[in-house]
Write a protein that binds this ligand. Structure first.
Ligand SMILES: [Fe+2]
Length: 160
């Protein structure tokens, strides 16, 4: 049976307008793409688990970068955003801890989709909140509605 497939690529709607963070986010998109490729190409469970671990490790590093920037910016929603990071890492870690070499295609597809959905939602919804703060307070440039991520763009990225 052919496995259902999806792809993910960086689009400009994902940009928070901060090159250091955008570069990390582009790397996340690449890692998710590679994880999905391992799943759809029926690679060994050990390779898939390694790719999951790379994503978790990179999320830990990247979230600490964001949190350092929040302190520099005196970002008022720091605590709320850090709590979201804790939840995201909890979800990723529980996927790692529950990892078993699934025998059913649907389970593999499900884990790839869950990771894609969690991280893309974080980039395109949660991170856009501090992006707006950054633009407003540090660039003193008002954010127009057109600058915000569109719901259609978000749906495009998370749909399977
Ligand atoms: Fe974040």
């Amino acid at each position: 049976m052919k496995r259902p497939t999806w792809t993910i690529n960086w689009v400009d709607e994902m940009s928070v307008g901060i090159p250091e963070i955008d570069n990390d986010h582009k790397h996340f998109v690449f890692l998710i793409h590679e994880l999905n490729r391992s799943i759809t190409e029926l690679r060994e469970p050990s390779e898939i688990k390694l790719r999951l671990q790379v994503i978790v490790n990179d999320a830990v590093r990247h979230f600490s970068v964001e949190e350092r920037l929040f302190k520099e910016w005196k970002y008022p929603n720091t605590e709320a955003h850090e709590n979201i990071h804790t939840l995201v890492l909890g979800s990723l870690n529980s996927m790692m801890n529950d990892f078993v070499p699934y025998g059913h295609d649907s389970s593999w597809i499900d884990i790839g989709l869950r990771i894609k959905t969690i991280l893309m939602h974080h980039i395109m919804v949660d991170d856009m909140v501090y992006a707006e703060f950054y633009r407003n307070s540090l660039k003193t440039k008002p954010v127009s509605k057109e600058d915000s991520v569109s719901e259609a763009a978000l749906l495009e990225m998370v749909k399977s």
